[in-house]
Ligand binder design. Structure first.
Ligand SMILES: Nc1ncnc2c1ncn2[C@@H]1O[C@H](COP(=O)(O)OP(=O)(O)OP(=O)(O)O)[C@@H](O)[C@H]1O
Ligand SMILES: [Mg+2]
Length: 411
């Protein structure tokens, strides 16, 4: 069997035992697993290894190399894009042929294609979550200097993220990376998104048996509005008087509330007056997920992390060591106590009940349930009995997962 040229990123298998002598659509390899996909032009298959599940997409060498390199650089700048694992070149094939190259990306855990979110002729009650997901994704990619060039419903994967939806860009075939995008480039990218989404929404309406008049053709415009508001919020400098320094903290707090981590704050004299201009450089939307990882070692997405951090604080306040409460060691002990007595046993039980779903999302849905019954009954509900009640009620709020982290069986 001819051996292809394979470039592998660290932490991934070597993929050498896959039958590269055949096009991927002819494979019958035991590593193959079925996973749902969005609409796509190039052949895509999924393979399972000890290290995880991977998507393999076949495309001509030049395009494959471009996509792999773009994803690699982008993954150093943002967490919102697919993680590339390998680039395969079949030197024996004509480099213009579809099967001459392949990009291997890590399967995005617990993610699913958009059709799982469709209800009626559009996104129903999830529409607002979709607006936020797309506006947030485009803002983050643009901040990272990425002109996408093909933002569409199928080029994004979706994940439940507490009460929100997290969107991850997976198709970077048309993307170009810059240090900074010009306003014109951002506008062009938004125009492409609007056009693509109008087409996607018309397709959804048709596929669900609705006529074009009822298609949600406004979705892309509404995403642009939200995008513009968020972009302004993140990039507009603040001009303050010297005695208004509290407004710097206010602004940083507001950006943190939106989930954005702050890289730097620059204080610059403003003209000849005594006022000062504050310029904040914003990192990715990882503020709460970073804090959760630092304090507990738990990896969660941004809104999940925000919700879990409130649970840790609630637990600390309720069960924290009396004398040491508030001290650094006291806090660390209480957090460890929370993790051992609450988070780990609860997520294990949730995973046993619904092994195909994201247990951290299940924990967040349980927290919502506990909060709802406590407000209804107007008193705190002990977590253990709230969990029992949530399970007995059939895990309300916890959407059945569409994909799984672990394949049923590995070859
Ligand atoms: N890393 C991944 N994790 C999970 N699913 C993936 C991954 N990569 C691709 N997919 C699935 O495969 C589909 C096709 O991928 P992709 O959009 O990259 O292909 P494409 O043929 O280039 O699409 P297009 O028609 O937009 O050019 C996606 O819609 C998605 O459902
Ligand atoms: Mg695509």
């Amino acid at each position: 069997m001819p051996v292809p040229q394979i470039h592998i990123r660290p932490g991934n298998p070597d993929f050498l035992d896959l039958p590269w002598d055949q096009p991927i659509s002819d494979w019958t390899d035991p590593h193959l697993v079925e996973m749902p996909t969005g609409i796509h032009r190039h052949p895509v298959v999924f393979v399972a290894f000890e290290e995880g599940i991977y998507a393999i997409k076949e495309l001509p060498v030049r395009l494959a190399t471009h996509e792999f390199e773009t994803l690699r650089t982008l993954s150093e700048r943002t967490t919102r894009s697919g993680r590339p694992a390998g680039l395969v070149i079949r030197p024996w094939a004509d480099p213009h042929q579809e099967c001459s190259g392949a990009v291997i990306t890590r399967f995005v855990d617990y993610a699913f294609p958009y059709r799982e979110l469709v209800s009626g002729g559009g996104f129903g009650t999830r529409r607002t979550q979709m607006l936020d997901a797309f506006a947030g994704l485009l803002v983050e990619l643009h901040m990272a200097g990425c002109f996408w060039g093909d933002c569409s419903l199928s080029n994004v994967l979706y994940r439940y993220d507490a009460g929100a939806i997290e969107a991850v860009m997976i198709d970077a075939e048309t993307s170009r990376l810059y240090d900074i995008l010009s306003d014109g480039q951002r506008r062009e990218d938004l125009d492409i998104m609007q056009m693509n989404l109008a087409g996607d929404m018309a397709d959804i309406a048709a596929s669900q048996g609705y006529d074009l008049d009822s298609a949600d053709l406004e979705l892309g415009f509404d995403i642009t509005k939200r995008y513009d508001a968020l972009w302004r919020e993140l990039t507009t400098d603040l001009v303050i008087a010297p005695h208004e320094r509290y407004r710097i903290r206010e602004r940083v707090g507001r950006l943190n509330d939106l989930g954005f981590a702050i890289d730097d704050v620059d204080v610059i004299p403003f003209g000849s007056s005594s006022r000062i201009r504050i310029s904040v450089s914003v990192g990715g939307r990882t503020f709460h997920s970073q804090r959760l990882r630092e304090s507990t070692g738990i990896d969660a997405s941004e809104n999940q992390a925000r919700q879990i951090l409130s649970d840790v604080r609630y637990h600390d306040a309720k069960y924290g060591e009396k004398g040491e409460k508030g001290s650094v060691t006291g806090k660390a002990v209480a957090t460890m106590h929370w993790r051992i007595t609450r988070f780990e046993p609860f997520t294990r039980r949730i995973a046993d009940l619904r092994p195909e779903a994201d247990p951290i999302q299940g924990y967040c849905d349980f927290l919502n349930f506990r909060f709802a019954i406590a407000s209804e009954r107007e008193h705190d509900i002990e977590s253990e009995s709230a969990l029992e009640e949530w399970i007995e009620s059939g895990l309300p709020g916890f959407d059945p997962a569409i994909t799984s982290r672990e394949p049923d069986s590995l070859p």
